[in-house]
Design a protein around this ligand. Structure first.
Ligand SMILES: Nc1ncnc2c1ncn2[C@@H]1O[C@H](COP(=O)(O)OP(=O)(O)OP(=O)(O)O)[C@@H](O)[C@H]1O
Length: 278
């Protein structure tokens, strides 16, 4: 499988004036794509996409052991961040808090300027339209083709057939699957299935992409292809957060590393490594 996928994909960004989500009615109208300079300027302007303020999460089933304890951290627009830590250190909990699958026991979480702790339930689907999610186990619909799996993400939010016919082939070109539109997931390799799930996550051009162990089921070479793809998506302006155990990948890519240990934030390092403390 070639990793030389191309595409003119550009994400929708948070509203620059208000740092709030764009109105979802506007999401199909592509904003101007970023140049590298715009992008650096945006980062130096420092608009936070994810803010945790003294966040603690205690699951009722484990009342005496916080799964996250007093976490304060910010992730800014355009960053590529690895979240690392032992099994059970709290990485998935961190991600599930961002998507408002769960709420913190204490503290505040903001996505852009939206306060997730006070967000009304009816707003949650709108939040999720702005966050692409990729998981270890792909979560594809087995009876649908590659095209249909990706199209489904647009159908459920009411996109027109015209938008679907334009955006689905474009994103499948970006992930290098333009020749597999009519295959079903069981006719694809693991790496190709993960590319479909990435295409599905970004087809609506979310400003934020969160990935929970995206290479956990893949061999090292295929994993490199997936990480290259995530880097390419990041270069279009999308903020990318990747929870991973993949030491080699983290060490090779030298991006920001946030380390969790036993629910505590133990390290936050620019151009970091996986390290031996996790
Ligand atoms: N629904 C739940 N109810 C009770 N405890 C939970 C629940 N989900 C997670 N935990 C606990 O919270 C802690 C953190 O779990 P979490 O899944 O966030 O870790 P992780 O770093 O993602 O682990 P892994 O790398 O194995 O996926 C663990 O002690 C786990 O047992």
């Amino acid at each position: 499988m070639s990793d030389q996928a191309t595409g003119s994909f550009a994400p929708i960004t948070f509203d620059q004036q208000t740092n709030r989500f764009p109105n979802n009615a506007d999401l199909s109208e592509a904003l101007p794509s970023f140049s590298e300079e715009d992008f650096e300027q945006q980062q130096s302007m420092g608009s936070p996409v994810i803010t945790f303020e003294h966040v603690t999460k205690v699951y009722p089933a484990q009342p005496n052991r916080p799964s996250l304890h007093d976490i304060s951290v910010q992730i800014f627009a355009g960053e590529f961040v690895f979240l690392v830590g032992h099994s059970g250190s709290g990485k998935s909990t961190f991600i599930r808090l961002i998507t408002r699958e769960i709420k913190p026991t204490d503290g505040k979480i903001y996505i852009a300027d939206e306060d997730l702790t006070t967000m009304r339930n009816w707003r949650v689907p709108y939040l999720r339209r702005n966050i692409g999610c990729v998981f270890q186990d792909f979560k594809l619909l087995p009876n649908k083709t590659v095209f249909e799996n990706v199209a489904f993400a647009l159908e459920v939010i009411g996109k027109s057939r015209h938008v679907i016919k334009t955006q689905v082939p474009e994103v499948l070109r970006l992930v290098g699957l333009q020749d597999k539109l009519n295959k079903r997931p069981d006719q694809l390799s693991g790496g190709e299935q993960q590319r479909v799930s990435i295409a599905r996550a970004i087809v609506n051009r979310p400003p934020l992409l969160v990935c929970d162990e995206p290479t956990g089921n893949l061999d090292p070479q295929t994993s490199r292809g997936i990480m290259d793809l995530l880097e390419r998506i990041n270069r279009t302006g999308t903020t990318v957060l990747v929870a991973t155990h993949d030491r080699e990948m983290v060490d090779n890519m030298r991006r920001r590393v946030i380390a969790l240990d036993n629910g505590q934030l133990t390290r936050d390092q620019n151009k970091g490594v996986y390290g031996y403390d996790v």
